[in-house]
Ligand binder design. Structure first.
Ligand code: NAD
Length: 398
């Protein structure tokens, strides 16, 4: 079989010769008891770069020794790009949300042999899920692999926005010592109302991680959490996102991108937020309206916006979120720490082993199966597509 793997570029100075820490901590199961990825074996050293082109998700030896062909590229967006050419006769395509290969309907229909799209990570909105269902292409992801990595990033971003870390750091880097400049927008998070849009694996972990800061915790989700969890965290459940945003000083967004959540944070919803609130969005860029966020930061309706997700990706060089005031954006990095890469590379290997051996892929890994939303897809997504406008990614110049 032919496997097309679309990965982000190598480091500008080439692959690292060594890494800051020698070995990753050993983790047991995920908090809900789910086991970590369990492939029969791996051909990489956990803790090394795997998500870039030369890292190849550690798959080459395994695939080639089993008679398969692996093509790896980062060239994914412009007309005539390598990924589009290789897709035509590919059986399986693997892509990461950090550097998403947008599988639009047109591309899916161009790939007559395509059987499965694997997301090396979590969040399969870069695939036109409706087109995948219509063309019987299965879509799977490595559920839980980086949920907790993202929750750590959320805590970092909430604290850095509210305390105004980026500004304070840049003063020091510029050789300064201007205390008043450093603190004129700086607050403690203690006592604030912090709410999450969606309390799935990431949202719930972020709430748990914020609890020790002595904040008031809130959530909105299409699925209510068990009473015991609400009690443990002293959580307030909201029936609507409007009710949530009205009372929160900090909102973190943790739902997948699908037609129900696309453009959720538009001018109207942002105007219902508490004046001067903060948003941390590590879910997907398209859940927030690009112009509405920039406008709200300019006017002071929002005090800060941070996250690592954009639309499209890579974000065009003139994307307004690069230059808007009081933002703490990074490129899409939260779910691809070296720790997370080891888990999702192992998860992809597990999925491929199951596929080749015709064994069932774990139910929670399924998004689309046999033309239907399935597994986590049925729990967390709605039918339709959220890939519209993705061709703008070709505007990014390295
Ligand atoms: P999850 O499936 O465990 O949780 C998703 C939650 O969203 C579920 O509880 C679901 O009920 C809720 N939800 C779905 N639609 C909703 C709606 N319309 N309104 C309210 N709630 C809704 O997934 P997860 O592991 O928590 O990941 C969530 C999302 O975070 C992913 O789909 C992905 O987009 C994003 N993510 C980003 C990164 C990153 O690197 N930045 C990494 C992993 C995941």
């Amino acid at each position: 079989m032919k496997i097309l793997c679309v990965l982000y570029d190598d480091p500008k100075k080439g692959m690292p010769k060594n890494y800051p820490i020698g070995s990753l901590p050993k983790l047991g199961k995920y908090p809900d008891g789910m086991t970590m990825p369990t492939p029969k074996s791996i051909d990489f050293k956990p803790g090394e770069l795997l998500g870039c082109v030369s890292g190849e998700l550690g798959l080459r030896k395994f695939l080639e020794s089993n008679g398969h062909k692996l093509v790896v590229t980062s060239d994914k967006d412009s007309e005539g790009c390598k990924a589009d050419k290789e897709l035509i006769d590919a059986d399986i395509v693997i892509s990461q949300p950090f550097w998403p290969y947008y599988l639009t309907r047109k591309k899916i229909e161009s790939a007559k042999k395509l059987k499965m799209a694997i997301t090396a990570g979590i969040g399969s909105d870069h695939v036109d899920l409706q087109a995948a269902m219509d063309n019987k292409v299965d879509v799977v992801e490595v559920t839980y692999c980086n949920s907790r990595s993202v929750a750590e990033h959320i805590v970092m971003m909430i604290l850095s926005l509210v305390r105004d870390y980026h500004n304070q750091h840049s003063i020091v880097k510029a050789g300064g010592w201007n205390i008043a400049d450093g603190v004129q927008r700086s607050y403690d998070v203690e006592g604030m109302h912090v709410g999450t849009v969606a309390a799935g694996r990431i949202g719930l972990d972020a709430l748990r991680k914020m609890k020790p800061f002595d904040v008031h915790l809130h959530y909105f989700d299409r699925h209510k959490l068990p009473d015991s969890v609400e009690k443990e965290l002293n959580l307030t459940f909201h029936e609507s996102v409007e009710s949530l945003v009205k009372v929160c000083d900090v909102i973190t967004i943790n739902c997948p991108l699908h037609p129900e959540t696309e453009n959720l944070f538009d001018d109207k919803l942002i105007s219902k937020m508490k004046k001067g609130a903060y948003i941390v969005n590590t879910a997907r860029g398209k859940i927030c309206n690009r112009e509405a966020i920039a406008k709200a930061l300019e006017s002071g309706q929002l005090s800060g916006y941070a996250g690592d997700v954009w639309f499209p990706q890579p974000a065009p060089n003139d994307h307004i979120w690069r230059t808007m005031p009081n933002h703490g954006m990074t490129a899409h990095t939260s779910g691809t720490s070296l720790s997370a890469q080891a888990r999702y590379a192992a998860g992809v290997r597990e999925i491929l082993e199951c596929f080749f051996e015709k064994k069932p892929i774990r139910e929670p890994y399924l998004i689309v199966k046999d033309g239907q939303l399935a597994g986590m897809g049925a729990h967390s997504y709605s039918k339709g597509s959220a890939t519209g406008g993705s061709e703008e990614a070709a505007k990014y110049k390295k």
